[in-house]
Design a protein around this ligand. Structure first.
Ligand code: NI
Ligand code: MN
Length: 226
């Protein structure tokens, strides 16, 4: 499949069939969103939590491409109110098949308020996802989180081949915590995310690579094959 980092916590996966999965869409106002990128299709959208830097463009993109939108129940209710048709609510420990991918919702240690005008609306809890593809390979996408011991359960139950972890510090874990997360997850390969978007997100892949093997640094807008 083709994986493209769209900056910050936003990713696009294009499967060999053309099926396209978008995680945590933030394009408008994302300083690292590649200007040359355009969405051609979106079959599945996954939202880890309701912070604006993960959900900002979920509504306009869902209206345009009509994907199945997976998120925690309360965030799905909010998305429905905003005119998203095909919400696929779930909660932690639950799995559902979205397109060809089996998606399991996992825990995350983070908050989940949705900024709606000048209010913050309850969005349920922050979550992560395990994606199991038809070829048997598995990805763990943590969303925004600190390290937590139950990452051991994710390793035991889902044995992810590739993990996505935030390393930026301040609003998520930094490379120090992410290194421990890699150990708990028994991660073979880790794609760092949620760093460098603003000066305040100071964690770097280089700092993580001092502590663990298998750091795969992507560049926004440069697709890689996996
Ligand atoms: Ni967040
Ligand atoms: Mn965030």
């Amino acid at each position: 499949m083709e994986i493209t980092w769209l900056g910050h916590g936003t990713f696009q996966f294009v499967l060999p069939s053309g099926e396209t999965i978008v995680l945590d869409p933030w394009t408008d106002g994302n300083p690292k969103y590649p200007k040359k990128h355009t969405f051609k299709r979106i079959d599945t959208m996954l939202i880890s939590h309701g912070h604006y830097d993960h959900i900002h463009d979920a509504v306009p993109l869902a209206k345009k491409f009509k994907p199945a939108v997976g998120a925690i129940f309360e965030t799905c209710e909010w998305l429905k109110k905003k005119g998203v048709d095909k919400t696929m609510p779930m909660n932690k420990g639950g799995s559902q098949k979205l397109g060809s991918v089996t998606v399991t919702m996992t825990h995350a240690v983070h908050s989940c308020g949705i900024t709606d005008g000048d209010e913050i609306v309850y969005g349920g809890e922050a979550a992560g996802y395990v994606l199991k593809f038809e070829d048997g390979r598995t990805i763990y996408f943590s969303g925004d989180t600190n390290v937590f011991m139950d990452m051991q359960l994710i390793a035991e139950m889902y044995e992810p081949d590739l993990v996505f972890l935030p390393i930026g510090d301040l609003f998520t874990m930094s490379p120090r915590e992410a290194a421990v997360a890699c150990r708990l997850l028994r991660a073979k390969t880790v794609i760092p995310m949620h760093f460098g978007t603003f000066p305040a997100l100071t964690g770097t892949p280089e700092a993580l690579a001092l502590a663990v093997d298998g750091v795969w640094k992507l560049e926004p807008g440069e697709p890689v094959q996996w």
